[in-house]
Design a protein around this ligand. Structure first.
Ligand code: CP
Ligand code: NVA
Length: 298
């Protein structure tokens, strides 16, 4: 039984297979030879908002021959307190796979443990594995192997997206630099467990200098809305803008997982100047997630 719950646990060979297959799914869109989800129903159980992840999984499951079933977690009994492990055991007897977006990482892990069906993490407070696989796919599509390159993450260095980047640095042999205020930096324990070449700093200019990729995510992740005022105050300045881009390597890529808040983590001019990359990154969620689904059932 294969689950994609965390990038920490995804073996490098499986990661590479997903990246390779994603290129094929992208090339062959509209005329796939295989329908690996034929006859299957996959649930998308979401407790948080989503545009890209929801749509790309619904379309991807459909194009692979399966039927997606969107379940707003608040509309099912889970939202009224039915335990995850009971929900998992019921769904596991009826459907073939689950894609879950929720708060606690422990909840997707519990679902996977009890459901006996492939389970994919579509974002938790701790990780966003599908996003970072698509990000690495996008980088490599445009710039070749990410090994030996430098990725600069600017902003909330303790969020799910940053965490998933952290789990990939050692696996792929690139340098990851994180610029974040002290309060939003990854813990020393996490960095130690991850290994690889990762540095954390409050100096955004030094972080961006010579980087091959400048990357950012929202300052206020879903579930952190109560901290909005404090976060904006502390994170102001941790922005990708034209002057920061000038410090990066000439021709450096700028990427954003989206949704973007212009004037906060990125300015409008920079987002628009790099829109081709950023929206291709969003499109690649579809191709990469088809490869993840195919991996999960093979
Ligand atoms: N990047 C991303 O996961 O977007 P959504 O929240 O719209 O799914
Ligand atoms: N860190 C963000 C990512 C959104 C795709 C959040 O969790 O809201």
């Amino acid at each position: 039984m294969k689950h994609l719950l965390s990038l920490e646990k995804l073996p490098r060979a499986d990661f590479e297979k997903i990246l390779r297959d994603a290129a094929g799914f992208k090339r062959e869109r509209g005329h796939h030879k295989t329908q690996p989800l034929a006859g299957q129903t996959w649930a998308l159980m979401f407790s948080k908002s989503s545009t890209r992840t929801r749509v790309s999984f619904e379309v991807g499951i459909h194009e692979l021959g399966g039927r997606p079933m969107f379940l707003n977690a608040n509309d099912i009994q889970l939202g009224r307190g039915e335990p995850i492990k009971d929900t998992a055991r019921v769904l596991g007897r009826m459907i073939h796979g689950a894609v879950i977006r929720t708060f606690a990482q422990a909840d997707v892990e519990e679902f996977a443990a009890f459901s006996n069906i492939p389970t994919i993490n579509a974002l938790t407070d701790d990780e966003h594995p599908c996003q970072i696989i698509a990000d690495i796919f996008t980088f490599q599509e445009k710039r070749g192997p990410i090994a030996g390159k430098t990725v600069a993450f600017i902003g909330d260095g303790a969020c799910n997206v940053a965490n998933s980047w952290i789990w990939t640095a050692a696996k792929f042999g690139f340098e990851l630099r994180i610029a974040a205020p002290k309060k939003f930096q990854p813990s020393a324990a996490l960095l130690k467990r991850a290994g690889g070449k990762i540095s954390v700093s409050t100096d955004i200019q030094a972080t961006a200098k010579g980087a091959d990729l400048l990357y950012t995510d929202v300052w206020i992740s879903m579930g952190k809305e109560a901290e909005a005022k404090e976060r904006i105050k502390i994170l102001t300045g941790y922005q990708i803008n034209q002057s920061l881009v000038k410090l990066a390597k000439p021709g450096a890529l700028v990427m954003h997982c989206l949704p973007a808040y212009r004037g906060k983590e990125i300015d409008d001019a920079t987002l628009e100047a790099h829109a081709d990359t950023i929206f291709e990154e969003a499109e690649n969620r579809l191709h990469v997630q088809k490869a993840i689904l195919n991996w999960a059932v093979s």
